[in-house]
Write a protein that binds this ligand. Structure first.
Ligand code: NMX
Ligand code: MLT
Length: 435
């Protein structure tokens, strides 16, 4: 069976032709008018990017290469005795559009374990960070510093031809993903204690090794949770802040480490990935204010007090989705299966019954339903990972899968530097003066 790189080498020439044909047939067709509000409104709904790994439907949620989350859970190879998909398989799917065999997935696990060590100077950077520096800032620093050994940057400096860009990009993408557990594990132990970082096991899967480095390898259910967690957080089409930032920075031919470091800085914002931390902080505050088993009315009041203070309800709303996020539902199903009696899960469920009605009544949010971040923290907390300001790091590890897959294709297909047109308010006023 071919390796991922061999499979890619087979797929790329046909895809170059496919894109050429698509542009020849449809290149001059319009998606409709661009309106001025979109320039002021965060480009909402503006068709602007090609992203092949996944597409988001407002009603149905994400599909990875056409497959829904339940389909992916069903189709992708599992670990021995496990029932959640291995993220290695999801990466193969994102890159090739094909479901890999168990053997191909196992080969990826071994390859990533073999590439997993980080340079000692990066270890030193992390060891010198004050524990008060947010884990996401430490994560971004370390990923950016991996650019020291970028195969792409080196090949570019040596004059590589455009048509070969994808090859060192592929190597960097694989190294990037492979090295994240050692970075995340080191940050976790430096900030929260837990002793010396253990070694990656060469014959174990990625999620097992990540769990091991965090100190949770003795909890098989937590390892299963990580497999599901990475899979569902990996990709959410191209327009979200982290994915788009990675693509944008990569378009300047900055290598995958520089590009993904930039993604992480966007993911660290409270309206994006940091929302998973914010949700837990918000729930804990609610618990300390209302005590165990609050009434629905008390929760409702608490939600209203958040809105009246001019804050957002974290974990609710979405720029694209208009229904409950299927990633939320996948996590809810995991909770119903493994931790139905967990008091914090019960609170999350109670909040799920109350917040949408309050947001509808308040009448501002276009989507009153929960997103992925409303549920992830409570699952991690259940297994003892209650260090809330680490949560976005796990989102970041996962998001590398989607961003890396697209970076490989962008370089294979010769994607140009991104440079949309901007306007000043004065220019807009002038343009529409008499219209
Ligand atoms: N709580 C309170 N107000 C909200 C919420 C919410 N959860 N969601 C939207 N609104 C407000 C929003 O702030 C805006 O107010 P204003 O007109 O005063 O500026 C108004 O409703 C309209 O916003 P939308 O068009 O519905 O939302 P938009 O597309 O601009 O933003 C989010 C999307 C996700 C940033 C927004 O829903 C939000 O802030 N949610 C809470 C934070 C969160 O959960 N983020 C995680 C998203 C998923 N992820 O991992 O990235
Ligand atoms: C994501 O996973 O990136 C978030 O849901 C945000 C988005 O899609 O805009």
């Amino acid at each position: 069976a071919p390796t991922l790189k061999e499979r890619l080498a087979d797929l790329i020439p046909a895809e170059i032709e496919n894109v050429k044909a698509t542009r020849a047939a449809h290149g001059k067709k319009s998606f409709g008018p661009v309106i001025v509000d979109q320039l002021y409104g965060g480009m909402r709904g503006l068709p602007a990017l090609i992203w092949d790994g996944s597409v988001l439907d407002a009603e149905e949620g994400i599909r990875f290469r056409g497959m829904t989350i339940p389909e992916v859970q069903q189709a992708l190879p599992k670990a021995p005795g496990g029932s959640e998909p291995l993220p290695e398989g999801l990466f193969w799917l994102l890159v090739t559009g094909e479901v890999p065999t168990q053997e191909q997935v196992n080969a990826l696990s071994r390859d990533w374990a073999a590439r997993s060590s980080i340079p000692s100077f990066v270890e030193e950077i992390l060891d010198r960070c004050p524990p008060t520096l947010h884990p996401m800032s430490q994560f971004s620093l370390a990923v950016t510093a991996l650019n020291h050994d970028s195969a792409f940057a080196k090949a570019y400096a040596e004059g590589i031809s455009k048509k070969d860009y994808w090859q060192p990009t592929f190597e960097d993408a694989m190294d990037l993903i492979a090295k994240l557990p050692n970075i995340a594990g080191r940050i976790f132990r430096n900030v929260y204690g837990g002793g010396k970082l253990p070694a990656i096991e060469a014959d174990k899967d990625y999620s097992y090794n990540l769990a091991k480095l965090l100190g949770f390898a003795d909890k098989p259910e937590f390892v299963e949770l990580l497999r599901l967690y990475i899979t569902i957080h990996s990709d959410h089409e191209g327009g979200n802040v982290s994915a788009h930032t990675g693509k944008l920075v990569g378009s300047a031919l900055s290598d995958p480490f520089l590009a993904f470091g930039a993604s992480l800085n966007g993911l660290a914002g409270p309206l994006h990935g940091l929302a998973n931390q914010e949700v837990l902080v918000w729930l804990r505050k609610m618990q300390s204010k209302l005590g165990e088993n609050p009434t629905d009315e008390a929760v409702r009041e608490y939600v209203w007090s958040t809105l009246k203070a001019g804050q957002v309800v974290p974990g609710y709303g979405h720029a694209v989705l208009r229904k409950t996020d299927p990633r939320y539902m996948a996590q809810r199903e995991f909770a119903l299966k493994h931790l139905p009696e967990d008091p914090m899960f019960k609170l999350v469920s109670q909040v799920f019954n109350i917040v949408p009605n309050v947001l509808l009544e308040a009448g501002k949010a276009k989507n009153p339903w929960p997103n992925v971040d409303a549920h992830s923290g409570v699952l991690l907390t259940h297994y003892g990972l209650d260090q809330m300001n680490f949560y976005t790091v796990l989102f970041g590890v996962s998001r590398a899968f989607g961003v890396a897959a697209q970076l490989i294709w962008d370089r294979a297909l010769g994607a140009p530097i991104e440079r949309p047109k901007s306007y000043s308010t004065a220019a807009i006023q002038k343009m529409f003066k008499d219209k």
